[in-house]
Design a protein. Structure first.
Length: 290
């Protein structure tokens, strides 16, 4: 008999719901079954992810149940299949960050996410090797690949610069490089950018630094989502695995981090699980058979 369960599960995707990776299935079967059971029992699932709203449609199709979402780290909020809130950065804000990074660190590429384009990849120079590397990387992402478009930053009327002019940028990603040293560098640069551009939100995840509009940060987005539904924070369980999930662990006492996460992330979590479907132990009362 079900005694009690948390009303909301706010979950990250990559490294969390998508762990272990399934190249063609997208989500492991036991993870899908766990979410379906939870939703059928009356729970609400909210995807909180750095990915685009376009990609979330693919996830919802796999789960085959109604889900809510906060894409681009919370810049876009969908509730009951309705877009209830969107936040944007201006082109001036984005260009300011880019100019600072170009002068000091010379990143390999920038990626912006907008309403019309899930991912626009642009380098300062025409980089044939970068394009080739990205295409190879994209191919091996299989079902996890986001749609992308290349653009030349040197062209004033190119797609990248034209999208900046719309002043509707949901997210900016800074790609420093693939080598392991960039993971540590990203953590330090993230702190630096946060101090210099305090009107924006910053987080890091492996090889990229993520920048979103003010308020478009995972813990803030989940709080806004719960307020919208009039659900107390004590009824929410959060799950994640990377640097951009730390604020969720700090904000919500009911939280789980995946065991494969770095120690830098795990130290903020209340619970650690090896398998995603193990969340059932915490979301449901322990004396309920699952």
């Amino acid at each position: 008999m079900l005694i009690h369960m948390k009303k909301v599960l706010a979950t990250d995707l990559d490294g969390t719901l998508f762990y272990p990776r399934r190249r063609f299935r997208l989500i492991a079967k036991r993870n899908v079954n766990f979410l379906r059971r939870y939703i059928d029992d009356g729970g609400r699932v909210a995807l909180i992810t750095g990915r685009s709203q376009d990609f979330i449609k693919k996830v919802e199709k796999k789960i085959a149940r109604p889900i809510d979402s906060m894409s681009c780290n919370g810049a876009n909020m969908m509730v009951d299949a309705k877009m209830v809130r969107q936040k944007y950065m201006s082109g001036k804000d984005v260009q300011g960050v880019i100019d600072y990074m170009d002068e000091k660190y010379h990143p390999l590429a920038y990626i912006i996410m907008t309403d019309n384009f899930p991912s626009i990849v642009a380098a300062k120079r025409r980089n044939i090797i970068l394009k080739l590397m990205y295409r190879i990387w994209y191919f091996f992402q299989f079902s996890y690949a986001e749609k992308y478009t290349f653009s030349d930053r040197n062209k004033a009327d190119g797609l990248f610069n034209n999208q900046l002019k719309t002043n509707k940028i949901s997210k900016l990603l800074i790609f420093m490089g693939l080598r392991k040293k960039y993971i540590e560098l990203n953590k330090e640069v993230n702190k630096e950018l946060r101090a210099k551009f305090s009107h924006l939100e910053f987080s890091w995840s492996n090889q990229v630094i993520e920048i979103t509009p003010s308020g478009a940060e995972k813990s803030k987005a989940i709080s806004e989502y719960l307020n919208y539904l009039n659900i107390p924070s004590d009824e929410c369980f959060v799950a994640g695995d990377s640097g951009n999930d730390i604020t969720m662990f700090e904000k919500f006492k009911h939280n789980v981090c995946m065991a494969h996460a770095s120690n830098t992330v795990k130290k903020y979590a209340t619970h650690i699980v090896k398998h995603y479907y193990d969340l059932a132990r915490f979301i449901y009362e322990e004396d309920k058979e699952y």
